[in-house]
Design a protein around this ligand. Sequence first.
Ligand code: ZN
Length: 231
Amino acid sequence: MGTLVLLGTGWAGGAVLAAFFVSSTAVGRAVPERPRLDEKSERRDAAQVVANGGPAALAALAALVPAGPGINRPGLAVWIVTASLAAAAADTWATSIGGLSRTAPRRLWFGSVVEPGTNGGMTAAGNVGALAGAALVAGVGALAAGMPALAPAGTLVGFAGMLVDSALGALVQGRFRCGACDAESEWRVHRCGARTVRIGGLAWLDNDGVNLAATAIAAGLGAVAWRLSGG
Ligand SMILES: [Zn+2]
């Protein structure tokens, strides 16, 4: 994916990818992670990489296709790559910084209080983290591409992507229950090894699918913002 982004968008896209990767890793390490109650077997798997970087890589790939005269495809691709990775950063940062919150998360911020780590649970700290993560990635994109408008646009789209992620996670993602442990889970197979039963949401839509939808929607919004900015 890094190779595709570099080929399609050059060093500007590469800088954005590095900003996402380095900052997300750093924030994950700096913030002591709470032990997750509902662990998947391996956390950083291929599906997670595709969910975060797939739309960006596709946009970069599309930039390699020759365009007609007057169409600045690499410029558009940098906006899409930045917008979708800003959304990925916003979600990652919100999870890490939100984990530090002393107030309990609420479902989509205004709803009922939920357990920390619940999909769609939001805190003020998490929202500040999301904004910071999106702003960092968008700022690097704006600097590297020499396009100042990309900084506010990418920040807004990244934050919006995090909101989409939270809403889909709370409302549409599959929710399951393990009868053996009498516990809720977001996985079809519980960490104890027993198969779970669906209690709500779409069974086929897991956290990676929600992340992919959010980064893909952010990619689309990035293209719209590029058009609105006169690109
Ligand atoms: Zn179980």
